[in-house]
Design a protein around this ligand. Structure first.
Ligand code: ADP
Length: 473
């Protein structure tokens, strides 16, 4: 079985969030159980600066009424032989790290390039995928392009990592893709179509749709009425597209070659289950020293500054937690208003709150190693990797009871769950966690349970394998 996995980011080459981790660790896990997975993402300049890429060749696509050259670069995933491909187009760059209306066109051209890359890689590298595994809206035009434009019969799987991001824009993008009316009947249904919803099109056209936890799959099925994506999910569920309408939930895993305090070169002191008490204490001492904080129970937040992540709830709670005698460290980049609010918070409580509004792998690793607790107040969380990583480092999560957080945290055993969106519940849970910390035996039991909880890809990779096998039957 050969699977081409497509997405807009893949660690370590280019990472902005959890999808980047998955695009690195899933192919490794699949290869270890006999599935030949390869990966294709856009070519970003940041990659060129850090990795030596091999130029493999080029082909052309017709986009925006012109012939455009797409260059193919490759590199094996470090420490493996798994080929990762990077597609570049100098006239119409595949960039995603900037905001702006052009994103829709950029990813439409990327999707067209990926569809044309399939015959290219088959011819030049003698490798023909049996499945195309698309991830999120950036790649969600691929099923449509393959099915309608290229008359391809290769089955496609679309995995939704976050239903909020849908890629909504002008349907003119279809003209740019040079797609004829009869190829786009569903899209133009209910004319005049004023907007295209790219994720929606993926949901309609992919052979199968999955998401990244069982609970989020259920939440999607129950809550979609309120979202613009609702009609697409409903049409699929009702059998409109004559495809299996069920959205399957498969929990993401993490890669313990990367996330392991015993091997982590970015943290101050390596440690494992046998010496975690000393290891975490030393990491915490150095972390707090580096940030100018006193020794106190230390809580952190790591994540994108987006409304999904519930920073407003956290800010409210911090403003009421002066008397708790704790440290709070926030690491995150993203929305500028949230960033400003977080910085304001840190200025207001300068003796115990720190805000680092940046993307820093190093600080993220140090926070996982040196904190006692990590707060994850997400309003919804399709899967979430942060809680899994934190647990491996013996840092207990205090998280909203939703989606993948609910599916990975056992309340009172390896972390704490509170009712999502409720700041008073979070405050109470922080107090409860502090009490648990004072009870040394119980706390030790929880930390060790968390460190031992297995979030490796082993189980989930087998579920993907089963799904792929079903798709090619
Ligand atoms: P999401 O995919 O919604 O961003 P996840 O919990 O699935 O959230 O994954 C987040 C990943 O991104 C983790 O690997 C986390 O360490 C990393 N991350 C998020 N924000 C930052 C940041 N500011 N600096 C470094 N790493 C970050």
């Amino acid at each position: 079985m050969k699977v081409l996995i497509v997405g807009y980011e893949a660690a370590p080459f280019y990472k902005r969030g959890g999808l980047g981790d998955v695009m690195e660790s899933l192919p490794k896990a699949l290869n270890s159980i006999g599935i030949e997975a390869r990966v294709v993402i856009p070519y970003y300049h940041d990659i060129e600066k850090k990795y030596e890429l091999k130029k493999e060749g080029e082909f052309s696509i017709r986009f925006r009424f012109e012939e455009e050259l797409v260059r193919v670069y490759s590199s094996p995933l470090p420490q493996t032989k798994i080929p990762f491909y990077f597609l570049d187009n100098s006239r119409y760059r595949f960039i995603s790290n900037k905001r702006g209306k052009d994103k829709i066109n950029q990813f439409a051209s990327f999707d067209l390039a990926v569809a044309n890359f399939i015959p290219w890689v088959s011819e030049h590298h003698r490798w023909m995928p049996s499945i195309i595994h698309c991830n999120d809206w950036h790649t969600a035009l691929i099923p449509l392009i393959l099915e309608r434009k290229m008359k391809s019969s290769i089955p496609t799987l679309l995995t939704i990592h976050n239903l909020l991001y849908q890629g909504v824009g002008s349907p003119r993008v279809l003209d740019m893709l040079d797609m004829k009316d009869e190829e786009t009947v569903e899209i133009k249904r209910g004319k005049p179509a004023t907007k295209i919803n790219i994720l929606g099109e993926g949901i309609i056209h992919a052979a199968r749709v999955s998401t990244v936890s069982v609970s989020y799959a259920k939440e999607i099925a129950n809550d979609y009425d309120r979202s613009p994506i609702g009609p697409f999910l409903k049409r699929r569920e009702d059998g409109y597209c004559k495809k299996d309408g069920k959205i399957i939930g498969i929990l993401n895993g993490i890669d313990y070659d990367i996330w392991d305090p015993a091997k982590d070169d970015l943290i101050f002191h390596k440690y494992d289950l046998d010496n975690w008490e000393v290891g975490k204490r030393d990491n915490k001492d150095d972390l707090l020293k580096s940030l100018g904080l006193e020794t106190r129970p230390t809580f952190c937040f790591v994540g994108r500054l987006a409304s999904q992540k519930g920073l407003d709830i956290l800010i409210k709670v911090i403003n009421r937690s002066e008397s708790l005698n704790i440290n709070m460290i926030i690491l995150g980049s993203g929305n500028s208003i949230i960033q400003e609010n977080v910085l304001k918070l840190a200025r207001k409580h300068s003796s115990w709150v720190r805000a680092e509004p940046v993307y820093s792998e190093e600080l993220a690793h140090r926070l996982y190693a040196g904190s006692d607790f990590i707060i994850i107040p997400s309003r919804y969380e399709p899967c979430g990797l942060i809680q899994m990583i934190a647990m491996k480092y013996g840092t207990l999560p205090i998280a909203s009871d939703t989606g993948g957080l609910r599916d990975s945290i056992l309340n009172g055993k390896n972390g704490f769950l509170f009712k999502k969106g409720k700041s008073m519940r979070l405050k109470k849970m922080i107090e409860h966690a502090l009490n648990r910390m004072k009870d040394k035996e119980k706390f030790k039991k929880m930390v060790e349970y968390a460190m031992k909880t297995d979030f490796s890809w082993d189980k989930s990779a087998i579920l993907y394998k089963k799904l792929y096998e079903e798709m090619v039957k």
